[in-house]
Design a protein around this ligand. Sequence first.
Ligand SMILES: Nc1ncnc2c1ncn2[C@@H]1O[C@H](COP(=O)(O)OP(=O)(O)O)[C@@H](O)[C@H]1O
Ligand SMILES: N[C@@H](CCC(=O)OP(=O)(O)O)C(=O)O
Length: 376
Amino acid sequence: MNSVPHAALQQASRIIVKVGSSLVTDEGRGLDHAAIARWAAQIAALRAMRKEVVLVSSGAIAEGMLRLGFTRRPTDIHELQACAAVGQMGLAQIYETSFHGHGVKTAQVLLTHADLADRERYLNARSTLTTLLRLGVVPIINENDTVVTDEIKFGDNDTLGALVANLIEADALVILTDQRGLFSSDPRKDPSARLVAQAQAGDPQLEAMAGGAGSSIGRGGMLTKVLAAKRAARSGAHTIIAWGREEDVLLRLAGGEAIGTQLSAPTGRLTARRQWMIDHLHTTGEVVIDAGAAQKLTREGKSLLPIGVVAVRGEFGRGQVITCLDEAGQPLARGLTNYTSSEVRRIMRHSSAEIERILGYVEGPELVHRDNLVLL
Ligand SMILES: Nc1ncnc2c1ncn2[C@@H]1O[C@H](COP(=O)(O)OP(=O)(O)O)[C@@H](O)[C@H]1O
Ligand SMILES: N[C@@H](CCC(=O)OP(=O)(O)O)C(=O)O
C-alpha cells in the first residue's frame, strides 16, 4: 500500500465513477453480477456519506455481442449499434437490481457528443443530472450508441466520463479499469513497468507512457484515460485511475487511502470557470442593472436576480456569457445566463417567485448564479 494519502475522493462531494467494459462484462464472458453488486454497495455507502455519485458504465457492446452470439467484435457500425442496444438492456437491468437492494434508485442516461456540444442540450443534460442527484438518484450513463456515427461518436467512455465531470462540475473522476493504475509503460507488455502513484493531470510525459487497449474488449486503453484526466482537470476535477477489483476500492479511496494513480487538477474549479468567462471577450448580449443589484453583485457577492434588470440589449441564448452594466453603461460583471434574452425581457423587474407564472417554467431563481459570475 502506498503511504501518500489521496485526498481527492475524501474531499470530493460530487464524484463520477467510470467502469470499463472488460470489468463490467468479466472480460467479455458476461455481466459480472458479483463485481457490479460490490460497486453498487460501495456507491450506496458513498451516498450515505452525503457524496453524490454518477456512474458511467461501458459494456453494452460487449454484453450485446454475447447475447447476439457474435464471437468477434463486428466491424459493421449498425451491427455494433444493435449489440449496444441489446447489451444496454442488460446493463440497465443489472444496475437497477443491484442498487435496489440498497434502497437506491437509478436512472438511465444515454448521451452523445453532439448533445454536449449543443448549448441548449448541454444545459438540459446538466439540469437533468443535477436534479436526479438532488432527488437522491444514481444516474447511470453510457453513450447513446444507437444514434451515433463515426464522426460524432465519443471515441470512448473515458472521454464521456470527463465531459460529464465538466458538465456537472464534479470534484473527482474515478476511472476503474483492469489494471492497478497508470504504469510507466503497458504492464501487459513490459513486466518492469512501475505504477505512477501521483502526477499532475495534463503532464505531457503521461501521454508518452500510456498505450492503447490491452484487451480486445476495452476500447481506449490508458491513453484515453490520461487525456480524460487532462480534460476533467479543466473544470477542477481530480482523476483517480484504479483497479476495479481492488477490495472496497471506492470506500478506501473515500477514506483517503492511496490506491492506483491520482492525476491532480492544477487549478481550482472556480478559477478555471472564471478564467473562461474573463477570456470571453465578445459577448453578444448585455443587461443593464439597477443600483441595488449592482451593490448586491459587487459588494455582497450575491447572484443577479431578474428583479434587478432594467434593460436588455442584444440577443442571447440560455447558457451564453452576458455582460452586466450599471445604469451609466459601466461593465460590472460577466456571467452565464439561465434565461434567453426574450425570456429576460419578460421577467425583468419581476421577483423570482413570479418567473413560473410569467414563463410557465423555472430554470432557477437567478438570472446569473453567483458561481457563474465574474466581476470585472
Ligand atoms: N501505461 C499503461 N499503464 C497501464 N495500462 C496500460 C498502459 N498502456 C496501455 N495500457 C493498457 O490499457 C488497458 C486498459 O484500457 P482499456 O482496455 O480501454 O480498459 P477499460 O475497458 O477499463 O476502459 C490495460 O489493460 C493495459 O493493457
Ligand atoms: N458505449 C460503449 C462504450 C465503449 C467503451 O468506451 O469501452 P471502454 O473503453 O471499456 O470504457 C459500450 O457500452 O459498449
